[in-house]
Design a protein around this ligand. Structure first.
Ligand code: AMP
Length: 224
């Protein structure tokens, strides 16, 4: 099973990916996380990557495929949960070709739909665990860590992303509208896009995602 999470910035891709990964034993790949890892390098490449990420603009396709392919070489689990990738039509087409080579395909594209005003509020409160990548939000009661600045799961330290500020957010949101949102029609035409209203509690969103996945599973069994 291969899943894509498609969403504007701060819609909860990372949070839902973590829940889905655990329940369905998927290989969660966040291109944003892979890029942040590169950006933490103390050399010129890391420095360049930090400033690119902070700008909020999309990173070039060449860099994305370089980082992604390198990571895929280390993965055994072929059930992909793609978080933040693809982000434009070119990436989507290349992904399709890559999967086709292994007689594989995308099963679900979940569009996490959240109004811009909510995203703006979420962005300044978001905190990420530097050890395990779990996401929290200090502005939302149900997403606050139990102990200030400490991850509930692994006790790692929580940090705020450099691009989680209002200025970068505006650029990231515009990039989403200009380049990524074209994927909505692209995947609608392939009849694999599922819109999930995500301006609500993370458990409710997760429930809906699971129902969608399991409904398809039941339909497939009925056909057998
Ligand atoms: P995310 O963690 O998904 O919010 O991504 C953080 C940043 O990484 C984005 O604002 C982009 O600059 C960059 N990025 C992540 N994934 C991609 C992608 N598939 N294509 C281009 N840029 C990306």
């Amino acid at each position: 099973m291969n899943i894509i999470l498609l969403a504007p910035p701060a819609a909860g891709k990372g949070t839902q990916a973590e829940l889905l990964e655990n329940k369905y034993h998927l290989n969660h790949i966040s291109t944003g996380e892979l890029l942040r890892k590169s950006a933490s390098r103390e050399d010129d490449y890391g420095k360049k990557m930090r400033s690119l990420l902070e700008s909020g603009e999309l990173i070039s396709d060449d860099i994305i495929f370089e980082v992604l392919n390198k990571h895929l070489e280390t993965c055994e689990n072929q059930n992909l949960l793609l978080d933040g990738f693809p982000r434009n039509i070119y990436q989507a087409e290349r992904l399709e070709e890559m999967l086709k080579e292994n007689n594989d395909k995308i099963d679900f594209v979940f569009l996490l739909d959240v109004p811009k005003e909510t995203l703006k509020k979420r962005i300044t409160g978001r905190r990420i665990c530097e050890k395990c990548g779990s996401a929290y939000n200090v502005n939302i009661d149900s997403l606050k860590p139990k102990v200030d600045s400490i991850c509930d799961q692994c006790q790692g330290k929580l940090y705020q992303r450099n691009d989680d500020n209002e200025k970068s957010f505006e650029v990231r949101y515009q990039e989403y509208l200009d380049k990524t949102s074209a994927l909505i029609t692209y995947y609608q035409n392939k009849q694999i896009l599922y819109r999930i209203e995500s301006d609500k509690d993370k458990e409710e969103v997760f429930q809906e995602l699971c129902e969608r996945i399991e409904k398809r599973g039941r339909n497939d069994n009925d056909k057998k």
